[in-house]
Ligand binder design. Sequence first.
Ligand code: ATP
Length: 225
Amino acid sequence: MAETKIPRATAKRLPIYYRYLNILLDADKKRVSSTELSEAVKVDSATIRRDFSYFGALGKRGYGYDVETLLAFFKKILNQDTLTNVALIGVGNLGHALLNFNFHKNSNVRISAAFDVNEAIANTVQSGVPVYPMTELKKQLIEQQIEIAILTVPTTVVQKITDELVDANVKGIMNFTPLRISVPETVRVQNVDLTNELQTLIYFIEHYGQQLGDNGQDEPDEDDD
Ligand code: ATP
């Protein structure tokens, strides 16, 4: 893990850099300039240089960045050399979609356990992932040392389940419900409200058309530090 405390916006761009660097490595490219990287990942080159500067001087003037060195570096920061097991709670429509979605090929994250209150789906295997009844939540999370959970349950039960996750020592929650959940300071929450994201996109298109700046890019939850 990184020693330096890096800004949240920078941290969110690291997987994007990492993914592209893997593509370069596969294509046998030895080095990359910040301009090249900028065009590929749609982040301006000044931001890329600033992002990289948080980790010390990694680039050489006139040479750019060494792909393998950079990749090894990011791999360590992103914890890609160890596999992170994630739990999914609520195997409904969205939950099923996420179980089917194999995350990215180059990311060492996988959903290894799912949970649902519905007896028809508990104790079955869905898309290669075992689904446990909710009564086994704490036991399984602790036994399997799972510290990250994805919430795709109805809003009515999301806080109650969050409390159970906190009780089972979960450190990070990806909340797909539109409800903001309460957690202790030691737990990090990432909110992904797909409806809200889509509405924001429509709002921008309707009000600003093509004059978006930032390469037309936006990241969800940029403002909720
Ligand atoms: P989605 O919201 O993903 O489209 P859906 O419309 O199919 O899903 P929801 O009612 O939102 O269904 O429930 C999502 C899933 O959460 C269902 O599989 C449901 O059985 C499960 N669920 C509901 N209550 C709980 C609970 N208390 N604990 C765990 N899982 C629950």
